[in-house]
Design a protein around this ligand. Structure first.
Ligand SMILES: NC(=O)C1=CN([C@@H]2O[C@H](COP(=O)(O)OP(=O)(O)OC[C@H]3O[C@@H](n4cnc5c(N)ncnc54)[C@H](O)[C@@H]3O)[C@@H](O)[C@H]2O)C=CC1
Ligand SMILES: Nc1nc(O)c(N)c(N[C@@H]2O[C@H](COP(=O)(O)O)[C@@H](O)[C@H]2O)n1
Length: 339
């Protein structure tokens, strides 16, 4: 009897497949590199992200665009182009880098948090302590950033990494101010600097960074960040910063990897159209996906199809993989493929 019960019991032992541990989509591991075995995904930046130039950090440029290469709505209105899965992918990618860079246009317009709140909530620890959060880095020559922005207030509440602002104090040229009233400008700049520092912001104002009204020179910015220990940077935008990095991509260029989310809709603002990018996009889209499971797949709750593709500018816009997925559930799980 016992043996009958034993064999009955044995036959009732069902192999319950364990839910896969949450982690970045496989294509990110393939393109950017995986964490050493035994490391919990999302808890530390990737050591594997090694810049080809030891004087600057590794640069991943990433953004979301509409089919017609626009990244914002009318008057720069923030557009949520990414669906749920794509947003999660972006947040995983944030955990993989030391720093996350935006321009002051995005900081003022979007008031972003640049955290990883879309990742699954761990059972222990607080969300903020569990994951690696990249250091927010803001390109802001004139110190226009508001001390009340979310990046600064979150950090002051212990719920974010204090941002660094990359800036350049106006300087005299050959002993003269560039224009009348410039001295007052410098006083105002110094006052804003004091306010920001009091709010916990660190200013990166390398002497090599020339005084600039608008755009800071990327080689010096990247060099200064590397000197501060930033080994990898994820550049998120906005339009002007993306254009600066794409324009830098003639040899040798600063973009090591490019990850773009394309939402299949034409809805954006002409001012934020990424003209230069359209050509590369057409080229990428003309390649075949292959549907071999290498790509990033996930069901998107949004109404729109999302397409992700990745290529490495380090290899002159060579396509590493097109990853995509699709689909609006409302559209009968229609799968789109590139051909
Ligand atoms: N769809 C997406 O993935 C994203 C969209 N956006 C959108 O982009 C828009 C903001 O874009 P922009 O107004 O162009 O602002 P931006 O965020 O590109 O900042 C540009 C400003 O940064 C400063 N800057 C300093 N050094 C620079 C350099 N080397 N190159 C470029 N800028 C430098 C200048 O003051 C410049 O005006 C917003 O509407 C935002 O919603 C922003 C990020 C991502
Ligand atoms: N991945 C992605 N998809 C979109 O549709 C977007 N609009 C953006 N924008 C970028 O993300 C920032 C907002 O970050 P938080 O949600 O506040 O953490 C925004 O400022 C852009 O840089 N990205």
């Amino acid at each position: 009897m016992d043996s009958i019960l034993d064999s009955l019991q044995a036959s009732l032992v069902v192999d319950t497949p364990e839910a896969p541990a949450p982690g970045p989509p496989e294509f990110l591991n393939t393109v950017l590199g995986a964490l050493p075995e035994g490391t919990k995904p999302g808890t530390s930046p990737l050591e594997a992200l090694d810049s080809p130039d030891p004087e600057r950090p590794y640069v991943t440029l990433t953004f979301a665009q509409s089919l017609d290469a626009k990244i914002a709505g009318k008057n720069g209105l923030q557009l949520i182009l990414s669906g749920e899965e794509s947003m999660k992918m972006t947040h995983w990618m944030r955990t993989m880098h030391d720093g996350i860079m935006i321009g002051i246009g995005t900081a003022s317009n979007d008031n972003p948090q640049l955290n990883v709140r879309h990742l699954p909530f761990p059972s222990q620890n607080t969300h903020f302590r569990h994951y690696h959060h990249p250091r927010p880095l803001i390109l802001d020559a004139n110190l226009r950033i508001s001390p009340k922005c979310k990046l600064i207030t979150n950090a002051s509440l212990g719920a974010g990494v204090p941002p660094w602002v990359i800036t350049a104090r106006p300087q005299k040229i050959d002993g003269f101010w560039a224009s009348e009233g410039e001295e007052d400008t410098v006083d105002a700049w110094d006052a804003r600097k004091a306010t920001l520092e009091k709010a916990g912001v660190k200013l990166i104002s390398d002497p090599d960074l020339p005084s600039a009204n608008t755009d800071l020179p990327l080689p010096e910015v990247l060099r200064a960040l590397r000197a501060e220990g930033i080994r990898s940077v994820m550049v998120e935008g906005g339009a002007r910063v993306i254009q600066s990095f794409l324009s830098s991509s003639s040899s040798p260029g600063f973009v090591d990897t490019l990850v773009v989310t394309v939402a299949p809709r034409d809805r954006g603002c002409a001012r934020h159209r990424l003209c230069r990018w359209t050509g590369a996009y057409t080229r990428a889209a003309s390649l075949e996906d292959g549907g071999d499971g290498q790509g990033y797949r996930g069901w998107d709750e949004s109404r729109f199809l999302n397409v992700e593709f990745v290529f490495s500018a380090g290899r002159v816009y060579d396509l590493v993989s097109i990853s995509f997925l699709c689909v609006s559930k409302a559209e009968n799980e229609h799968v789109m493929s590139w051909s």
